[in-house]
Ligand binder design. Structure first.
Ligand code: GAR
Length: 192
């Protein structure tokens, strides 16, 4: 049985689009069942609709910092939709230990750095400031430590002279799209 995948987004959802298309075209043996956005203004919501995947907005705002209730709302939706695997794709909320435990080894994340370097935000600027020769991206299993957990794949991207963080981020994003598909395709196979 193909695995049922939920994709979590907060913004433009370009990784989400690539994952959905790869599943819908059979490149990944899995079904994109829902997209969950914590932001009602995420532009990825419209893109999910256009790809005929149901977007569900669960805004964190009304929960006023009550992360447990916010995550319970998400968890219930995942159960309703019989989700097997969660892909975080630009989802900018930190999940609690309790949620991650419920979905142990079932949550993947893409992060725009060569982990373990530059966990957190502003990864490209930090790589530039450090004078690194390469930036890049990583897909890893989500554990309770931020941007930690077993790395399933990485792609390095050369930093060019005069690169701004915007330049680097744009080139890394292209590699993210390839990497995430490749990793998810293998992950679903290995789940069988
Ligand atoms: C991507 O670069 C992703 O790696 C990053 O947000 C961007 C989302 O773009 N994620 C993180 O920084 C998570 N820590 P997208 O919405 O176009 O896929």
């Amino acid at each position: 049985m193909p695995k049922r995948v939920a994709i979590f987004i907060s913004g433009s959802g370009s990784n989400m689009v690539k994952l959905i298309k790869a599943m819908q075209s059979g490149l990944i043996d899995a079904i994109p069942v829902i997209v969950i956005s914590n932001s009602k203004t995420a532009t990825g919501i419209q893109k999910a609709l256009e790809l005929q995947v149901t977007p569900i907005v669960i805004s964190n705002e009304p929960f006023n910092g009550d992360r447990t209730s916010f995550e319970t709302a998400i968890h219930n939706i995942l159960i309703q939709h019989k989700v097997d695997i969660i892909c975080l794709a630009g989802f900018m909320r930190i999940l609690t230990h309790s949620f991650i435990k419920k979905w142990n080894n079932k949550i993947l994340n893409i992060h725009p750095s060569l982990l373990p370097k530059y966990k957190g935000l502003k990864t490209h600027q930090r790589a530039l400031n450090a004078g690194d020769s390469h930036g890049g991206c990583s897909v890893h299993i989500v554990t309770s430590e931020l941007d930690d957990g077993p790395i399933l794949g990485q792609k390095a991207v050369a930093i060019l002279p005069n690169d701004t963080s915007k330049d680097l981020s744009a080139r890394v994003l292209i590699e993210e799209h390839h990497l995430y598909q490749k990793v998810l395709a293998k992950f679903v196979k290995d789940c069988d």
